[in-house]
Ligand binder design. Structure first.
Ligand SMILES: Cc1cc2nc3c(=O)[nH]c(=O)nc-3n(C[C@H](O)[C@H](O)[C@H](O)COP(=O)(O)O)c2cc1C
Length: 298
């Protein structure tokens, strides 16, 4: 009763790992059982390898962390050739998270993935350099263009990952749905900042970073609930999930599946524990994830 179907993908349970918090999956093989997860979402992939930002690029905050990794990754070709084969034979869905600086970049990354993975998750929280720094994820017209372009470049199911750094998430939901996205995941990190008061300097080399972890969960639950008011495609809830109860909040608010991110840094087995907890809840309450999705009583 915990299996779900999402964007044509069959998931044995609704729990995935969140991009950027679980490497390329294989690094976690010694620490957790990947086959107990609905899916794993790998680190964001770009056309060319990237070194990311200079340090310091991570700082712990109360109930969370700020990161400014800068999308460091091996590039799509090295992922397909070197990283993906290490997951061969592992019975779980593998979702590639992708990003680019231009619409053409996104299209090319999607094309190069071919059908090597189960689905593509588009990270639209990146600067559009051609347009002078507009972030695709905060402008509905730009988001529409990226999602349409990726849809035309792949036959795989496409999930669009939304940024929380917008005034009205419903506008973004409608834009990416119109562009043909098969599912929507939310939220990515919330822009934040920390200051070293002795040095009177920002802690992160990039000054600002993305806040994640339990501190953002109430915001994320609120945004999933708001998105669920208008969304026609399935939603995947993300933000501060540590326990099964956290995940159930997202499901009851309207998510069909969830992703576990920052919690993986505290315990690499977190996502599996969340999946087991959901199973126990479903069994005890004689219900199903399908029945629980969007079952909020207001
Ligand atoms: C260190 C780090 C790296 C991340 N890298 C990516 C990334 O490459 N692509 C992406 O879409 N999201 C990335 N994220 C965002 C997470 O996938 C997730 O949306 C966010 O952290 C909120 O979930 P959480 O509170 O469970 O961590 C990253 C987050 C962290 C903490």
């Amino acid at each position: 009763m915990v299996s779900v179907e999402l964007a044509g993908l069959k998931l044995k349970n609704p729990v995935m790992t969140a991009s950027g918090t679980f490497g390329y999956g294989s690094e976690f093989l010694p620490y957790t059982d990947l086959e107990k997860l609905g899916a794993i979402v790998v680190k964001g992939l770009s056309l060319n390898p990237r070194q990311g930002n200079p340090g310091p690029r991570i700082v712990e905050t109360p109930c969370g962390m700020l990161n400014a990794i800068g999308l460091q990754n091996v590039g799509v070709d090295a992922f397909v050739k070197e990283k993906l084969p290490k997951l061969k034979g592992i019975k779980t869905q593998i979702i590639a998270n992708i990003f680019g600086e231009t619409v053409e970049d996104y299209m090319e990354v999607a094309k190069r993935l071919g059908d090597s993975v189960s689905a593509i998750e588009i990270n639209i929280s990146c600067p559009n350099v051609k347009k002078g720094g507009i972030v695709f994820g905060t402008d509905p017209n730009e988001a529409f263009k990226v999602v349409s372009a990726v849809k035309s470049s792949t036959t795989l199911p496409v999930i669009t990952k939304l940024s929380p750094n917008v005034t009205d998430i419903k506008v973004m939901v409608k834009a990416v749905e119109e562009a043909g996205t098969d599912a929507i995941s939310l939220i990515n990190t919330i822009t934040g900042m920390a200051i070293d008061v002795d040095k009177r300097r920002p802690v992160l080399a990039t000054i600002t970073g993305g806040l994640s972890g339990p501190a953002i969960k109430p915001i994320a639950v609120r945004m999933v609930w708001q998105a669920a008011q208008v969304a026609k495609v399935p939603l995947i809830g993300i933000g501060g999930i540590v326990t099964a109860k956290d995940a159930l909040e997202f499901i009851i608010a309207g998510a069909k599946a969830v992703q576990v991110g920052t919690a993986n840094f505290m315990d690499p087995d977190s996502a599996v524990k969340v999946a087991e907890g959901i199973e126990e809840y479903v069994r005890k309450n004689k219900t199903s994830v399908k029945e629980l999705t969007g079952s909020l009583r207001v």
